[in-house]
Design a protein around this ligand. Sequence first.
Ligand SMILES: [Fe+2]
Length: 300
Amino acid sequence: MKGFFVGRKNTSLESVEQESASLSLLAKGSGLEFMKHTINKDTAFYIYPGSSPETLEFFYVLEGEIKCENLDLILESGDYFSVKNIADLIFFEAIKTTRLLWVVNEPTFGLISENVYKLIEIVKSVGEKDLYTKEHSDRVQSLSIKIGKKLNLSADDIDNLIVASILHDVGKINVPEEILNKPGSLSDEEYDLMKKHPADGAEMVKDTYYADISTIIHQHHERVNGSGYPDGLKGDQITIGAKIIGVSDSYDAMTDDRSYRKAYTPEYAMDEIKRLSGVLYEPEVVHALEQVLLEDGVLE
Ligand SMILES: [Fe+2]
């Protein structure tokens, strides 16, 4: 029956084994993940503050016994708790081997999934070669999420954007360091090498839990008038996620110091992006960027 899914005991969509715990993904969709988390006896674990104030986590103790160190409280089978907008870590210890049902409204499983973890490690190593990439990726991610929310994207699109924006330049691992950090313009040959990074990145992500973001990564340098790369796609041929990352990426590059020039002011960068709205950038995305910068007090 379409839309109806039954999972049998001890099966899952994907499972990750860790030293003293295991995590199984049971269902995913509409921005939610449902997982079964097994924590071995005598293992300490923490719950971290979510990445946004809207992050909600729900835990139901299926079996076992855990102690919450912060409240000096023991939770057992049938007990449950939820976490939203906490300021500090919450500490637990499994007194017996414990199984929790864990529901969360932000991408969690994929970040623990080994394949995605490896890709994030590659992004970090690109950050070491390329002076700008690491912090640049973090800022592009935060701006992209704000733009996506402003545009009322679906929860699934936002989830994909969260991961795509952090991994968008992962393909730069194949670009030589001298080209990544070359001040001034690149030769045609060098530029051809640079232009391979979106397709290379898309290929690296294709076989992971986050296969949906492969297209976004592939298209993040495409521009609405067809002047982008690698495929010269136009307008509606480009996904909204790629258009958002394209705008955030350009804005952040302009407002960041480069070895060959000082950072432009946010006002200058915004004017420049507006001038190219409908040419290089999607007008609704440009408008959303301006709204976000005004709300954040970056622009007046
Ligand atoms: Fe890029």
